[in-house]
Write a protein that binds this ligand. Structure first.
Ligand SMILES: Cc1ncc(COP(=O)(O)O)c(C=O)c1O
Length: 409
């Protein structure tokens, strides 16, 4: 071996479809201006095409002392005030207590990759949704894991039968299951599981846990943009009904929640009745943190705690964020109602940042994407379709978009 890189890393190359499509859209924008529909970006933009950085978040940031901005975090696990704030943010409205450990991570990405690393051994299989966030694959490969999918939808709702079948197959072959569930506001379809679908999932994993350990990785990156607001978080009480051989790792992210994508703050919230294993998970996660990113951004943790612990700041934040949830709902309504009218098939959509056009055939999908690009419509190719980021496209550009796409099919 005469390469500088080791055998595994030599040849590793990140091809990020979102960034690639965004670059193409920007080049077109320079030439064609407002004619270009850039539906590639998974960050919030307002109706004037301006990037949204919430005033109720970035105003208070200015009040944070420069020493706090300069300092290391007070603990590798994350500042205690931040961990308290995360607990209250997610579980504050529950009547019952949730026994958990919270570990700060650099964004949801840090929470997910660290979980993959510490739950499975190289060569084992992680289960992900058939439509899903691209980096799940990158993270699995980075940790020498293989992937298998559960099918997301059947007859317009969650395909529970395939979920159960896939989990059982993996359990039978490796004696343990790690499954990613990105809910609510699934990326890329915008689907949110109904409460009864979640009840069925809980029943399935409880039953499955008789055969071996089951770990649900609940990626909640978009939780604060669901249409039911904090009410949705009542869902978390269901995790208290899990058997001892089930663990949940919630991957929380401040990226969308605070419009603080670049601040790189999130958390793993680990729940299981098995106290010994809860402690072991926490220890392993802290060890991994120290060995990879060390500590998380101190001032961003302070910022989150500041807003979460101050009723005045919190209510200002909720009010401002609600404006954008309403805007997302309006954009979604334009997209879904017009798609229905022109018979453009979308995956089942509930809420959130994205809708996805259903195109199961890869060749057809790429061909359509090329055609759309030639017509100044930029989307992102995802498994089984083309994703339209309604979070970043103004209403005036969404109007008529379904018909334009359908006409090019
Ligand atoms: C589904 C999903 N999960 C997790 C993340 C993690 O984001 P971050 O690492 O910025 O918190 C994202 C970001 O786009 C996402 O779309």
């Amino acid at each position: 071996m005469n390469t500088f890189l080791n055998e595994k890393s030599n040849g590793k190359k990140m091809v990020d479809k979102v960034f690639k499509a965004a670059v193409a859209a920007n080049i077109a924008k320079e030439k064609f201006g407002d004619e270009v529909v850039n539906a590639t970006l998974g960050t919030l933009f307002d109706e004037d095409g301006k990037f949204v950085a919430l005033n109720s978040v970035w105003g208070p940031y200015e009040t944070i002392d420069k020493l706090q901005k300069a300092k290391y975090a007070s603990s590798i696990q994350g500042n205690p005030g931040f961990r308290d704030a995360v607990y209250n943010w997610l579980f504050g409205n529950l009547e019952e207590k949730i026994e958990c450990e919270i570990i700060a991570t650099p964004g949801g990405a840090g929470a997910i990759s660290s979980t993959l690393k510490n739950i499975l051994s190289p060569g084992e299989t992680v289960i992900k949704p058939s439509q899903g966030w691209g980096p799940y694959k990158t993270m699995a490969h980075e940790n020498d894991l293989t992937l298998t999918d559960y099918n997301m939808f059947k007859h317009g709702e969650f395909d529970l039968a395939d979920f159960e079948k896939t989990l059982n197959e993996v359990m039978d072959s490796q004696g343990k299951v790690l499954v990613i569930i990105n809910d609510p506001c699934h990326n890329p379809t915008g689907y949110s599981l109904r409460p009864d679908e979640w009840d069925d999932i809980i029943d399935i994993v409880n039953e499955l846990s008789k055969k071996g350990p089951v770990i649900i990785l609940n990626d909640i990156a978009y939780v604060d943009y669901n249409s039911n607001g904090d009410e949705w978080k009542i869902h978390f009480a269901k995790y208290n009904t899990l058997e001892k051989n089930v663990m949940v790792v919630i991957a929380f992210s401040c990226s969308k929640t605070l419009t603080a994508y670049g601040a790189r703050v999130g958390a793993q919230i680990v729940i299981t009745k098995d106290k010994k294993q809860l402690e072991s998970f926490k220890d392993a996660a802290i060890y991994s943190a120290r060995s990879i990113w060390s500590t998380v951004n101190n001032s961003a943790m302070k910022l989150f705690s500041l807003i979460a612990h101050d009723n005045y700041l919190l209510s200002k934040y909720k009010k401002e964020k609600q404006k954008y949830i309403t805007l997302l709902e309006e954009r979604a309504h334009i997209m879904t109602s017009e798609a229905k009218k022109v018979k453009l098939e979308l995956y089942p959509f509930t809420e959130g940042f994205f809708v996805t056009i259903k195109i199961p055939d890869d060749k057809e999908k790429t061909a359509l994407n090329m055609k759309l690009q030639k017509n100044n419509i930029f989307t992102v190719e995802v498994d089984g379709g083309l994703r339209i980021a309604i979070c970043s496209v103004p209403k005036r550009q969404l109007k008529g978009l379904s018909k334009r796409i359908k006409d090019l099919m």
